[in-house]
Design a protein around this ligand. Structure first.
Ligand code: ANZ
Length: 937
């Protein structure tokens, strides 16, 4: 019978929805399995075929786990705050909530067409007040927590206050902004405002003045990973360095745990490496250098204290506050000019521009405490203020940048370590170097020299051994509209959190989505956005009197706030009382499989690990690590199409003739090609854009052939393929199988529509196994051994493949199995029933239909996955060809378990052998196990 994919798919999608087939219960009798996709940002462009790749893989896995008896959590939601909706609002006045809703509806429609087994009832949207209420709650929890290094976890701020009350700062080991020292009495006497100020120094969510990447065009601060080459990643606008009061999150308190945790995770190595690099642990020393003729001390951080005898000058970051104090009158002009110049550069530029060293002399000198030599003090922008101490001891013989600097400014270069590779190397653990040119360290290797010099530095009380992390605290405010309001109001300049009972603090309506005339963020335009402390509610901004009515925070949270905990909310999405019930957090535990793009390596995946660790510390959840296994799916690339326009004309020349002309290569939309060929539909091209209406064509063999090239799939390259079109023509099952068939999940691969018909052909063949002409027909006869063998070979392969996330190879084995069954004309129920179950995770619609035709009333989804019986794979009879003097004479079937000697004896004594031997004894008999018998006579 005709395989009508459209009718079948519609029918089953409706069935699943009506019957809530994929709704997950919190039934804790079954073992759980949590399969998660990185949730999408619903962009206006909709999905292209690259987006579902990871979702298809995770869906197959989720379905497979259901067949194995697991209670599978496989949810979906939307990361729905974000810049594009807001930019659109600025341009059109359309409220971002409206655009977002439209986009979500479109996504939902597209996703539903692909037949994912999502539990839609658990859908979350980060921009819904019912969701961000809890994002705000987590913020408040962070605000009221500090990091106790003694217990190595976050604790309630109350334990810190208690410590202050009892001992002041004595014995305190906290992660903090500034090192403070006071006694219990001093704490006692401090005013409430001063106490708040002190606490702000320790809170995990805190406010501080920071240098930020300010993007005026987007009107917001960007995170380091949102800036590429001094431009915003989104939009490519210039980014400047600016000092601003900002909310920050103390992720640096978790650096070591974030690093160590990686060892427990089953993640791709490049991803772990990226996080390790980002966290950037360096072990070394902090050392003080006295400035000659000044009280000032320059403190440096170095990973190579063993090279201190070779430190011949010092370099400070231009922003280092010491610069002003130590710059001499004579050098002031030069130093000021230099500072002015470098302030325009972003930190990224400063780090990446290693070739052009620049700097200025302060006029002051320090003294090397070990060599006793005088060291001129320079400033240069290769030293960053935000890392270490913002100052370095320069060792030009062993550090590349110091070397360039010394060459440029003609400074002393003194070698103190033997082995040249050192010049390049700055890492702390790979040394086979030996110290030279200093009596104190002479002959010592790297490790011994390092420990010896650090003890000496500590003995002399001029420094100490230390560990530094490159990772900084994460800036948490955005001067934008479309984000979560920060639940904070200001009284006497000090922030106070809103009571939890007042949450959610809803995003107010504004007339304009741009900053105010005073330069306040867009929330400054809101008419009703002030906090009435007495009545605990949001009131009109006009009423602010700073006595009982106070201003609310005007910046919003960054994009990563909502996405740092959504995987937890899915466990208990509709709870109004708590962000997640503890018993559900316990039951669902970690995400067992997380699939998503590699672009989130250092953003989302660090922030969510951080929040998860924090929530664990505070006793709300049970695991330190949120995502046990993670896979990065590769990208699906587009096959762009190009036409060649003859320069200065509106004439277009077909690909193979283009070499004869001066041409320009122009992208054309792939939808303008004829069918799945490379031929351009010239009429469609003419109507594509007004410029092309009068286009003329130079054809080859009567056709216009476009040039094709593989590129990233993107709207701007006109190479986007819409999954809706594929579903229409080949079915969702065709799309699902084809995306998997394209190649290994982790690899990038080009989309090639031509291959789809092969997969579609397979589906038709599979369908036809269950039909005799137009009638559905399966036989209840017991299958033959050969039929069972095909089935069990498939089970073995598919189980292995799914468990190893090798989805492409299972698709090939489906094809092989169906071909073989077709060849042997198998229509036995005992083969075709399990076959439908095995293929169902990949092609659920067709399998549901066949399953119901087989007489089942329930969905195939919860059917037990067929179990391998190895016995069917054992070969019991082997048919040996017998070759005599190199010629095949006859074939003989023998039991497979026979030894070579037994085979030999049976062959020789076989009656077909007698006329060949003619009474002679064979000179040689070779039995190739299970293959062939060779006889020489
Ligand atoms: C002397 C030295 C000798 C260094 C040598 C390196 C090689 P990582 O591994 O990234 O932690 N440094 C310290 N603070 C800096 C800052 N704020 N801006 C720029 N560079 C800074 O690198 C630490 C090394 O980078 C430190 O060790 C310091 O140079 C430099 F053969 O000190 B080293």
């Amino acid at each position: 019978m005709f395989y009508d994919h459209q009718q079948i798919e519609k029918k089953w999608q409706k069935y699943w929805e009506d019957n809530q087939t994929y709704k997950t219960s919190n039934n804790t009798d079954k073992p759980k399995f949590y399969v998660l996709d990185m949730f999408p940002y619903p962009s206006g462009a909709g999905l292209h075929v690259g987006h579902p790749l990871g979702y298809i893989a995770s869906d197959i896995y989720a379905r497979y786990k259901r067949h194995q008896g697991f209670n599978v959590l496989h949810p979906v939601g939307y990361d729905s705050f974000g810049l594009p909706a807001e930019q659109y609002a600025i341009q059109t006045g359309q409220h971002p909530a409206v655009t977002t809703e439209e986009n979500i509806n479109r996504y939902e429609e597209q996703l539903k067409k692909i037949g994912f087994s999502f539990d839609w009832s658990r859908e979350v949207r980060t921009s819904d007040a019912s969701y961000y209420k809890w994002t705000q709650w987590i913020f408040i929890e962070l605000y009221h927590s500090w990091y106790n290094k003694n217990t190595d976890k976050a604790e309630s701020i109350d334990t810190l206050i208690k410590h202050f009350e009892e001992k002041g700062t004595e014995g305190l080991n906290a992660n903090q902004n500034d090192e403070l020292n006071f006694t219990a009495e001093e704490w006692e006497k401090a005013s409430d405002l001063d106490k708040e100020d002190i606490l702000l120094n320790y809170r995990l969510a805190y406010r501080a003045e920071t240098t930020v990447n300010w993007c005026p065009a987007l009107g917001t601060v960007l995170a380091n990973d949102e800036v590429k080459d001094g431009k915003s990643e989104r939009g490519g606008f210039p980014v400047f360095q600016k000092k601003m009061m900002q909310w920050s999150m103390r992720i640096s308190a978790y650096s070591e745990r974030l690093l160590q945790g990686l060892n427990t995770l089953d993640w791709p190595q490049p991803l772990k490496d990226a996080q390790e690099y980002w966290i950037g642990k360096s072990q070394g020393a902090q050392v003080q250098f006295q400035v000659e003729g000044h009280d000032e001390i320059v403190e440096v951080f170095t990973t190579r204290p063993d090279t201190i005898f070779g430190a011949t000058f010092m370099v400070l970051a231009p922003e280092n506050p010491l610069v002003e104090a130590i710059t001499t009158e004579a050098q002031k002009m030069e130093v000021d000019t230099y500072i002015e110049e470098t302030s325009k550069k972003t930190e990224r530029d400063r780090m990446s521009d290693v070739k052009n060293v620049s700097g200025a002399f302060t006029g002051s000198y320090a003294v090397n405490p070990f060599s006793g030599e005088k060291m001129p003090i320079y400033i240069s922008d290769y030293v960053l203020m935000g890392y270490g101490t913002g100052a370095v001891m320069a060792v030009p013989a062993h550090d590349e940048r110091d070397h360039r600097f010394a060459k440029k400014f003609n400074l002393t270069i003194k070698k103190v370590v033997e082995t040249e590779e050192d010049v390049q190397e700055k890492s702390f653990d790979s040394k086979d170097s030996v110290c030279v040119n200093s009596d104190f360290l002479n002959g010592l290797n790297y490790n011994d020299a390092k420990s010896k010099i650090i003890s000496e530095i500590e003995n002399r009380r001029i420094g100490h051994g230390t560990t530094n992390y490159r990772q900084r605290d994460a800036i948490f405010s955005r001067q934008r509209y479309w984000g979560e309001p920060v639940p904070v109001y200001y009284k006497e300049g000090m922030p106070y959190t809103l009571p939890v009972s007042a949450l959610p603090l809803e995003l107010p309506e504004v007339e304009k989505y741009l900053p105010t005339e005073d330069g306040d963020p867009p929330l400054g335009n809101a008419k009703v956005f002030a906090w009435d402390e007495a009545n605990q509610k949001v009131v009109s901004t006009d009423l602010i009197d700073d006595k009982t009515i106070f201003p609310l925070e005007l910046s919003t949270m960054p994009g990563w706030a909502g996405s740092s905990w959504y995987f937890l909310r899915y466990m208990d999405p509709n709870d109004q009382e708590v962000f997640i019930k503890k018993e559900l957090a316990d039951y669902w535990g970690q995400v067992d499989l997380y699939i998503g793009g590699s672009e989130h390596a250092t953003g989302h995946l660090l922030y969510s690990r951080f929040w998860n660790m924090f929530l664990k510390d505070r006793g709300y959840i049970t695991h330190d690590e949120p995502f046990q296994k993670l896979i990065n799916q590769g990208m699906i690339l587009g096959m762009s199409a190009f036409v060649y326009r003859i320069d200065g004309t509106n004439q277009y020349v077909s690909k193979n003739l283009a070499g004869n002309y001066q041409t320009q290569k122009i992208h054309v939309d792939v939808s303008l090609l004829k069918g799945t060929s490379d031929e351009l539909d010239t009429e469609a091209f003419k109507t594509w854009r007004p410029d092309y209406a009068d286009a003329e064509f130079i054809l080859e063999d009567g056709k216009y052939i476009t040039d094709r090239e593989v590129e990233k799939m993107s709207k701007s390259k006109y190479n986007v393929v819409n999954p809706d079109d594929i579903c229409e023509e080949y079915g969702a099952d065709g799309l699902r199988l084809y995306e998997m068939f394209l190649g290994p999940l982790e690899q990038s691969k080009p989309w090639n529509t031509q291959g789809l018909s092969g997969v579609y052909g397979f589906l038709k063949k599979f369908w036809n196994l269950y039909f005799n002409g137009d009638t559905f027909e399966v036989s209840d006869e017991e299958p033959t051994k050969a039929e069972y063998k095909v089935l069990h070979t498939l089970i073995k392969k598919v189980v292995y493949d799914i468990e190893n996330f090798s989805f492409n190879t299972s698709v090939s084995s489906f094809m092989i199995a169906v071909n073989e069954l077709q060849k042997i004309k198998c229509n036995k129920r005992n083969i075709l029933e399990p076959l439908a179950v095995i293929i169902s995770p990949y092609a659920p619609h067709i399998c549901e239909e066949l399953w119901s035709l087989l007489g089942h009333e329930e969905s195939v989804e919860f059917e037990k996955f067929p179990v391998l019986n190895e016995e069917y794979l054992v070969e019991d009879e082997i048919e040996y060809p017998v070759s005599v003097n190199g010629r095949m004479k006859f074939k003989i079937s023998l039991p497979a378990q026979l030894s070579a000697k037994e085979v030999e004896d049976l062959v020789i004594s076989d009656e077909k052998m007698q006329p060949i031997l003619e009474g002679k004894t064979p000179k040689k008999i070779i039995v190739v196990h299970h293959r062939i018998v060779n006889i020489v006579i």
